[in-house]
Design a protein. Structure first.
Ligand code: NDP
Length: 285
């Protein structure tokens, strides 16, 4: 019988553990979230982040800037947050309006407060095995895998997708777990055949239900990062992952659903990163 990995339940447990630890601190960790413009999806994400930040006992600083904000003004805000001792984590909600240079904005975030793990410094630390801050969704994938496979040594992990946000950091984290890691992407030959060799299959592609049931090795653990909105008739839509869930679930040993798998882990890991950053900053390292 396939086991469904319940990311929602795991995320709730993680948030409870974070809240319990925050309660023991002599100070309140603070997370600043910067939203530029009024993209409706981003507004919902930012509101959720702020609510969950407060729920675990941290301080939430929301900075909503108009869409026409200049690069200079945004950089000035990031520098101000870098210098603010009440702020331990800084997140600039992406995507930014087109006239802004997201790379330069991310580069301006202090690596010690970069709770999204997107600065080149933190990517380099992850690649070289140094202590840093790891991007939230990949960290969520790792925690779910660790919970389900206590020892990943020697397992073959295939990561489909090589973005800086998901695929590359997931591959680095699995390498640290002593997996043999193969990274696949749009130019990979015989992707179905490659996937069939995976003990751990992570799909982070952004293509609805691309990974089919017959791509999966019987008993494999499947982590579906994809979030894709597809039409569901009568003008409605529904969310699906990058994996064809029903057929994959009949072959996999364990699998994350969409929604309710990796998705809920992202904000929980953002809070965990904020706690990590706060403790390190307070300890002066
Ligand atoms: P990107 O678009 O940045 O990267 C997609 C990757 O998939 C690329 O490396 C691309 O290859 C690869 N790819 C595209 N088409 C194919 C194909 N036909 N065969 C094999 N590989 C392919 O996406 P992200 O990494 O940002 O996100 C991936 C998915 O994860 C999306 O559905 C996104 O919504 C979701 N997501 C979910 C999050 C959450 O759970 N909270 C957070 C972040 C993302 P190439 O490099 O060759 O172009």
């Amino acid at each position: 019988m396939t086991q469904i990995i319940d990311g929602k339940a795991y995320a709730a447990k993680l948030r409870a553990a974070i809240a319990a630890e925050v309660a023991t601190l002599a100070f309140k960790p603070g997370l600043a979230v910067v939203l530029v413009g009024d993209d409706p999806a981003s507004k919902v994400y930012v509101a959720n982040k702020a609510r969950q930040t407060v729920e675990v006992g941290m301080r939430s600083f929301e900075h909503r800037l108009p869409a026409e904000t200049t690069q200079e003004a945004l950089l000035a805000l990031v520098r101000q947050l870098n210098a603010d001792p009440a702020v331990h984590g800084i997140l600039v909600q992406l995507p930014l309006p087109k006239h802004l240079n997201a790379e330069a904005v991310i580069a301006a975030i202090s690596p010690e407060k970069d709770v999204d793990g997107l600065t080149v410094m933190n990517a380099g630390r992850l690649a070289s095995g140094a202590e840093g801050l790891v991007p939230c969704t990949p960290l969520g994938c790792l925690l779910l895998l660790q919970d389900n496979i206590p020892d990943m040594t020697g397992l073959h992990a295939v990561v489909v997708g090589r973005s800086n946000l998901v695929g590359k950091p997931v591959a680095q984290l699995l390498l640290q777990q002593n997996c043999t890691v193969t990274m696949a992407h749009s130019k990979t030959r015989d992707l179905p055949g490659l996937c069939r060799t995976a003990d751990i299959l992570v799909a982070a592609v952004g293509r609805p239900e691309m990974v089919k049931g017959d791509w999966i090795k019987p008993g494999a653990v499947v982590i579906d990062v994809g979030i894709n909105r597809v039409p569901a008739g009568e003008g409605k839509s529904r969310l699906v992952g990058d994996v064809a869930f029903a057929e994959a679930a009949s072959v996999a040993g364990k699998i994350t659903p969409v929604p309710g798998g990796v998705g809920p882990m992202t904000i929980a890991c953002l809070l965990r990163n904020t706690l990590t950053a706060a403790k390190r900053l307070h300890a002066g390292r």
